[in-house]
Design a protein around this ligand. Structure first.
Ligand code: ZN
Length: 158
């Protein structure tokens, strides 16, 4: 596959950003471009491999900016969003059919906040980053007190 044959990005299929990790310097960048930090240029052409006497064409794969679990959550949100309603009657004590979307989006949000702090604290000495995340275990405390203590402002005033 050449760079010109890379299909158009889809927020559902490719995540919110079409970024990949550079395997040389760990920067995040658009894999269709050259890494802006170290100049790494990924060969996007497919490879050929033999298995049991049969030649197979293997498309290139790169490590995305987000882990697989994030893509799975986004895919589940898409499926629930696109699923036609069942038409079951709604009433007292029954939740909305779309309530699962709220739960999935909140789970995704918490996962992304966790990843944000893990990356932000990766360079702290020893176990300091892990200890801070244990001390500020809830999303609310991380977005409020931990963010302010680390960066001198609340996350709402970025
Ligand atoms: Zn790089």
């Amino acid at each position: 596959m050449t760079r010109s044959k890379v299909s158009e990005a889809s927020p559902w299929r490719d995540g919110l950003l079409r970024l990949t990790h550079c395997h040389k310097c760990n920067a995040l960048y658009d894999v269709r471009e050259v890494c802006p930090v170290c100049g790494n240029d990924v060969d996007l052409s497919s490879q050929r491999a033999m298995a049991n006497g049969v030649e197979h064409e293997l498309p290139v794969a790169t490590q995305g900016a987000m882990p697989w679990s994030t893509y799975v959550l986004i895919d589940r949100i898409r499926r629930e969003w696109e699923r036609p309603p069942t038409g079951e009657p709604r009433g007292l004590g029954r939740s909305s059919e779309r309530f699962v979307i709220v739960i999935l989006v909140w789970t995704l949000f918490e996962t992304l906040i966790e990843r944000f702090y893990e990356a932000a604290f990766a360079d702290l000495p020893g176990e300091l980053g892990a200890e801070l995340l244990q001390r500020f275990a809830s999303v609310g405390s991380r977005l409020d007190r931990l963010y302010e203590r680390r960066w001198g402002r609340t996350s709402g005033r970025i």
